[in-house]
Design a binder for this molecule. Structure first.
Ligand code: FMN
Length: 179
């Protein structure tokens, strides 16, 4: 199982969580970490290179901070430009078939606010477009990884969350898969 983490954070140097997660994933050695803003500072995505990267991996995790209940714009641009007809979908678009797709997300809002009945509502609902995207391109959707309450930064929390993330990257199973 070859895992690719696609990190989208417009200011990773100022990031606590996404920076720590990317570092922890990279330190594993067998996980590819690809930072879109570093690869494309001009936001000019090399579509062929991105498609080759996806083809070379089995499990793809989109890692990003939640921005207005959605992805940072460069990741939306990536979806629009990379997941093409004839490659990801359509009669001959089979390159993403059977891949695993997951989301790792950080949110300023608290865990309670992202529960049913909370002020933001469940993250599963907010992530529905990614789940639908995965289904559309015949990929298997993975349960998401989340860290809430991002302003509560402590070395202990950062270390635990990074360790939990590595565990997630290595062991997560598709929704509905037998354990
Ligand atoms: C433009 C923008 C929009 C944001 N929208 C949300 C949001 O909808 N919900 C939320 O909980 N946090 C939101 N945040 C907070 C970020 O998710 C938070 O700062 C980030 O997850 C922190 O992670 P980092 O330490 O890796 O930067 C937003 C932040 C920015 C800059």
């Amino acid at each position: 199982m070859k895992t690719l983490v696609i990190v989208t954070h417009p200011n990773i140097e100022a990031s606590n969580w996404n920076q720590a997660w990317a570092k922890a994933a990279r330190e594993q050695g067998d996980i590819t970490v690809h930072e879109l803003h570093k690869a494309y500072p001009d936001q000019n995505i090399d579509v062929a290179a991105e498609q080759r990267l996806i083809e070379a991996h089995d499990r793809i995790i989109f890692q990003y901070p939640l921005f207005w209940y959605s992805t940072p714009p460069l990741l939306k641009k990536w979806f629009d430009e990379v997941l093409l007809y004839g490659w990801a979908y359509g009669p001959e678009g089979t390159k993403t078939t059977g891949k695993e797709i997951g989301v790792a997300i950080s949110t300023y809002g608290t865990e309670e606010s992202y529960q049913a009945g909370g002020s933001n509502g469940p993250l599963d609902e907010i992530l529905r477009p990614i789940q639908a995207l995965a289904r559309f391109i015949s990929a298997k959707y993975l349960p998401h990884f989340a860290l809430n309450d991002t302003s509560n930064v402590t070395p202990e929390r950062l270390a635990k969350s990074s360790a939990d993330y590595v565990q997630y990257l290595k062991t997560v199973q598709p929704v509905g898969a037998a354990q």
